[in-house]
Design a protein around this ligand. Structure first.
Ligand code: NAD
Length: 492
């Protein structure tokens, strides 16, 4: 993935895009239910817009529209190449919107513009990727049979629902929506009530592709709207990214009528630092692990596991590196880290740190705070806490530091949490690092790096334990929305 040039649209243009709409049956309508809270600029606390939800009647209209289109089957019957061509048109329409999507996202999530600009290339790339899956022939594979070729068909299961959180909403939404549409399914997107605006651009891109009205729809709101969607028996596949509590509620609703389901939940990701690790490089990795997406990243650093012989040196280097992190306004290209997403979330992080302090934790936070009134919180390491007190995900720029004596203890500590999303190993001996990494029960392990980029963009992104259900990926997400049908001749 190439870094697009950093162009920031004028602020007035960005602010014009804070008009929430539902997108139902091809119409843009203002959601009618006041939720009582506000979406605020996390840099300043300034109110941007009231949080609004779609009424239950309008959610029902969206569900009925999706079901009608699924039954009509026009989109699903289009040849795979034709569907792929339409997705390419959407990708081409979305590509030039990347700087605007990025700026809108930075303005109301607090993620720094240099990162949203980069990550939101995924919005259009997701449609290209899904088109590629269609062109690869996945909708109709064949296998030999005793009486001739057998067809292995992938067809849409039925209306799909995509639910996304607030940390990287547009890219996550695009990945789900593009694959549902590629599979031939009508899809209803529900963005987070804290960060719905960047997702709305998908309506612009997909309108250009000339899809049947209502094939892609957006409804807004929080858990209640999400529950109405996932509990509805017309919905046949759900892709959810969010926290454990929401994931459990979605899984329970899907269990009732065995909907296909993909859950991408949280993590409490370990970084194992062996005694031969390069201290400066590891300190760089710690800073990246704590500050990427302002620490509100499912693969963020949660538990720093350090060989006891280098713990003091590494802590000193990490304190020094964190002291140089540029924490500031999310719309400034100079900022490396921005504010936490909202005040409520900041309070949650403060409570989690207070809990660690009450269990013997000492805080190490050396990053200077900006002179702004928003939800700024410095990346923080906490030492002196028993590993058993740091098992849960914090979902903020906070990690606990624990020491180990040997590899076996390091692996035991890394596998101690109920999660299994990401992991990291730092060592100058790659073969040894690989050996340790192979023992970590987690969806992926990176050695000597903490990049947001995948090791291989086409490799699956699995989740173990409480980190989710199933796996994401180019082909894997497409498959979530498909039923498989094997068709062949049994007698001649
Ligand atoms: P959240 O679970 O509160 O909300 C996520 C989305 O689900 C929102 O749209 C919300 O309105 C909706 N929702 C909440 N409860 C629901 C319910 N009962 N039924 C249906 N929908 C419901 O999560 P959040 O606070 O927005 O995001 C933070 C969480 O997301 C963290 O735990 C983080 O690790 C996780 N996350 C995971 C990944 C991943 O790929 N694994 C990526 C990003 C974020």
């Amino acid at each position: 993935m190439q870094h697009p040039p950093l162009t920031i649209p004028p602020l007035e243009e960005v602010q014009r895009h804070f008009q929430l709409f539902d997108y139902i049956a091809g119409e843009r309508i203002r959601p009618s239910v006041e939720m009582g809270g506000w979406v605020r600029n996390p840099n300043t606390g300034e109110a941007i817009a009231p949080q609004l939800a779609t009424s239950p009647e309008q959610v029902e209209r969206a569900l009925a529209t999706a079901q009608r289109l699924h039954e009509a089957g026009d989109w699903a019957r289009l040849p795979a190449n034709e569907r792929a061509n339409r997705l390419d048109v959407a990708a081409d329409a979305l590509m030039p919107l990347t700087p605007l999507i990025a700026a809108v996202e930075s303005y109301h999530t607090g993620t720094v513009i240099s990162l949203t600009n980069f990550v939101n290339a995924i919005v259009w790339l997701a449609f290209k990727g899904a088109a590629g899956v269609l062109r690869s022939g996945r909708t109709r594979l064949t296998a030999p049979g005793p009486l001739g070729e057998v067809e292995i068909l992938r067809k849409p299961l039925g209306p799909a629902v995509a639910i996304v959180p607030w940390n990287s909403p547009a890219a996550l939404a695009a990945h789900k929506v593009a694959n549902a549409l590629a599979a031939g399914a009508p899809v209803i997107l529900k963005p987070s009530e804290w960060a719905p605006y960047a997702c709305l651009f998908l309506a612009d891109g997909l309108e250009q592709a000339g899809l049947p009205a209502g094939l892609f729809q957006i409804v807004n709101g929080g858990a209640a709207v999400g529950q109405q969607l996932v509990s509805d028996r017309r919905v046949r596949a759900v892709s959810f990214t969010g926290g454990l509590q929401g994931g459990r509620a979605v899984a329970a609703a899907c269990a009732h009528d065995f909907k296909a389901m993909q859950l991408e939940l949280g993590g409490n990701n370990a970084m194992i630092v062996l005694e031969d690790a390069d201290i400066e490089k590891t300190a760089e990795g710690i800073a990246a692990g704590l500050t990427t997406l302002n620490g509100q990243w499912c693969r963020a650093l949660g538990r720093l596991l350090v060989h006891e012989s280098i713990a003091d040196d590494l802590l000193a280097a990490a304190r020094d590196r964190l002291g140089r992190v540029r924490l500031g306004d999310s719309l400034s290209p100079a900022s490396e880290m921005g504010p936490l997403a909202n005040e409520e979330h900041k309070r949650r992080i403060e409570t989690a740190v207070a809990h660690l302090a009450a269990h013997g934790g000492q805080k190490h936070a050396t990053t200077p705070l900006p002179d702004l009134s928003g939800n700024f919180f410095p990346p923080t390491l906490v030492t002196g806490v028993a590993p058993e007190e740091s098992l849960e995900e914090i979902f903020g720029p906070v990690a606990t530091l624990h020491t180990f004596r040997d590899e076996a203890e390091a692996v035991r500590l890394a596998n101690q949490t109920p999660y299994g999303l990401g992991g990291y190993v730092f060592s100058q001996d790659e073969a040894r690092a690989m050996r340790v990494a192979r023992q970590m029960n987690t969806g992926g392990v990176k050695i000597n790096g903490v990049s947001l980029l995948e090791l291989n963009v086409d490799a699956p992104r699995p989740a173990w334990g409480l980190s989710g259900f199933g796996q994401e990926g180019t082909v894997e997400t497409f498959d979530v929305f498909c039923g498989v049908s094997v068709v062949g001749v049994a007698g001649r």
